[in-house]
Design a protein. Structure first.
Length: 135
């Protein structure tokens, strides 16, 4: 239902949900395996779906809300959200994000062979060179 209509009709989709804290943030995130398993649990998934299925821009709120409210969404009531199992290399310190170029080649190949599986924002010519180096 349209957000304006819900507001006009004073529909509160969060009533009877206790003191649920709504989070917000980027819709791209790296999560660890434990949190992914908890989210995919049928009981947890049904709770998430019930709240966010008709939500405007839910992709920028659902994960943050789940992490803020582990007691509500998970049967065992805990969620660890850390970057220990991060998979994407993004350099925010040199850009918004930084676009990796030929000068970064050696470092990127080392990173991809180590802790990262993906790189965000690479010049097209460099992407092909990295792919060939990793074969």
């Amino acid at each position: 239902m349209n957000a304006k209509i819900q507001s006009f009709l004073r529909i509160d989709r969060l009533r009877n949900r206790g003191s649920l804290h709504i989070g917000k943030g980027e819709h791209w995130a790296s999560i660890n395996k434990d949190l992914a398993k908890k989210i995919c649990n049928k009981s947890s998934f049904e709770k998430i779906k019930a709240i966010f299925k008709d939500t405007f821009i839910s992709d920028e709120m659902w994960l943050q809300t789940v992490v803020l409210n582990p007691d509500y969404f998970f049967d065992n009531g805990s969620a660890i959200f850390n970057n220990a199992e991060k998979t994407r290399l993004i350099d925010w310190s040199r850009g918004n994000p930084y676009v990796f170029n030929e000068e970064d080649f050696k470092n990127l190949v080392n990173e991809l062979n180590g802790e990262y599986a993906f790189i965000r924002k690479v010049e097209p010519s460099l992407a092909k060179k990295i792919a060939l180096a990793l074969k």
